[in-house]
Design a protein around this ligand. Structure first.
Ligand SMILES: [Mn+2]
Length: 328
């Protein structure tokens, strides 16, 4: 590990006696919440209180239940009472990405992430970006490993959940550090409870969504696409995108659905020549935004810019054709 990238180095960039916010992306997932909570507890062992803040909403039953069960202290941005002089540490997200709402009047002091940096990234005194890592939770694990503190059982459980979710149970985007973190955390964690929480994300109320997903499924040269016209949430959309990769004819899946006045999209790739992040960025160019990693990505299209499922399908089809022909 780079000697300059550690919890101590992060601390050095902070101003004493100023409030510290640990901020995730707007619709945090397991890895974002796990990283934020791991960091929150590490600060706590140093006697430094912090506040975990996220922009919009906790989506999906499973993540909400985890936060409630494990009593993870999170605050929604609109409920945050600013005292002034806040210093922000972004985790699992970085400034300049569209899925992070920056808080006015605060200073970004640290960015800890495993997503590719956007070209217009805002400089922060402390940057720790490790694109090869399968999860940001792995990075936070290394902060513990490099300190004299052990993660508590709850922290170990949550970090393990973050690793498992972002790597789809160690099947995508895994680097040696993820495996070391997995080994270091597994027997410290309560994986039975963690796994129970992760594996109960679906509700029978979602059955009409699964039905519609399958009814509208289009398959074209190893690529599948579906559109859910019923109100759904990003968690369910992600579950469907993961699931469709199980069809042996499908190596790239796109699931789009209506969520709170926007179209939310999840993309998954098991095709070594097609990066999910590149395809979604190209497909949504001019109508929305998207990004992510090689194996997984996500995006949003505003309803006013949405020209129907056929248009979206064609956009993805031509983006995929573009990269197939480019031979990436
Ligand atoms: Mn992540």
């Amino acid at each position: 590990m780079d000697a300059e990238k550690s919890f101590d180095a992060l601390l050095l960039g902070l101003t004493p006696d100023r409030p510290i916010l640990i901020q995730t992306h707007d619709f945090p997932d397991f890895d974002a919440i796990a990283s934020a909570y791991g960091l929150y507890c590490l600060f706590e062992t140093y006697g430094l209180p912090t506040t975990i803040v996220y922009g919009e909403e906790i989506q999906g039953f499973s993540l909400g239940e985890t936060i409630r069960t494990l009593k993870i202290p999170v605050t929604r941005m609109k409920d945050l009472a600013l005292q002034g002089g806040e210093q922000v540490i972004l985790v699992d997200s970085c400034p300049g990405n569209k899925n992070v709402t920056l808080i006015e009047g605060t200073a970004i002091k640290g960015v800890i992430d495993h997503h590719p940096l956007p070209p217009q990234a805002i400089p922060a005194p402390y940057l720790d970006i490790r694109e090869t890592y399968g999860s940001c939770s792995t990075l936070i694990y290394e902060y513990y490993a490099g300190s004299s503190f052990q993660p508590s059982k709850t922290v170990a459980t949550v970090l393990l959940m973050g690793i498992m979710m972002d790597t789809n149970y160690l099947t995508r985007g895994v680097c040696p550090a993820d495996l070391s973190a997995f080994t270091g955390l597994y027997f410290k964690a309560d994986w039975i409870s963690g796994n129970y929480l992760l594996n109960n994300s679906l509700s029978v109320r979602n059955i009409p969504i699964f039905q519609e997903g399958l009814e509208h499924l289009r398959v074209y040269k190893g690529f599948c696409f579906t559109f859910i016209s019923k109100e759904t949430d990003s968690d369910t959309i992600a579950v469907l995108a993961d699931d469709y990769l199980r069809f042996h004819e499908v190596a790239f899946s796109v699931v789009a659905g209506l969520n709170q006045g926007e179209i939310k999209i999840s993309v998954r790739s098991e095709d070594p020549g097609l990066a999910a992040s590149k395809v979604i960025r190209r497909a949504l160019y001019g109508i929305g935004f998207g990004g992510g990693h090689y194996h997984m990505g996500g995006g949003t299209v505003r309803l006013t810019d949405f020209h129907g499922p056929d248009d979206l399908y064609e956009r993805f089809r031509s983006a995929i054709d573009h990269y197939i022909h480019e031979g990436t």
